[in-house]
Design a protein around this ligand. Sequence first.
Ligand code: HEC
Length: 135
Amino acid sequence: MLAQFVPVQHTNPPTTGDVSAPPRIEAMLRRACYDCHSNETRWPWYSRVAPISWLAAHEVELGRKEINFSQWDEYYAATRKRKLQWTERALRQEAMPPWSYRIVHPGARLTEADTAALEEWIESALATPSAQRSK
Ligand code: HEC
């Protein structure tokens, strides 16, 4: 019970430079990935109840560390490329968004067509260095 009263950090640091993507792709990233991979987390009420952890602060912290679409401008070109490759792999493996999150956030689910569009965007961004830039 005590765990419930441990203060958890629900911060959204400033966005320095979002990944640059066509509007349809950006909308998908925002809907499916931004809660954990950006500085624009929409903290749900339940994230304030410690034992319930479908979107826990530490998960967001880990997610942001792996890939942060809000601080895209801070990555070196080679890092952006690597993160895009990881993203493609995670999509192919249907590893992201995590299943536990998909259950409570049905709006974050990606259809096959969504995933295909995301993969196509990544492929073209990987082939065109200027397309890997931030906003
Ligand atoms: C509920 C939070 C959450 C959401 C939503 C989420 N992720 Fe993640 N993601 C994580 C966490 C936590 C990690 C680090 C630990 C791990 O790899 O499981 C991670 C790791 C990653 C990694 C790097 C590690 C790897 O396995 O390759 C990639 C790439 C990634 N996520 C992509 C995405 C994409 C793309 C989306 C949206 C389609 C997304 N994630 C949505 C939490 C999330």
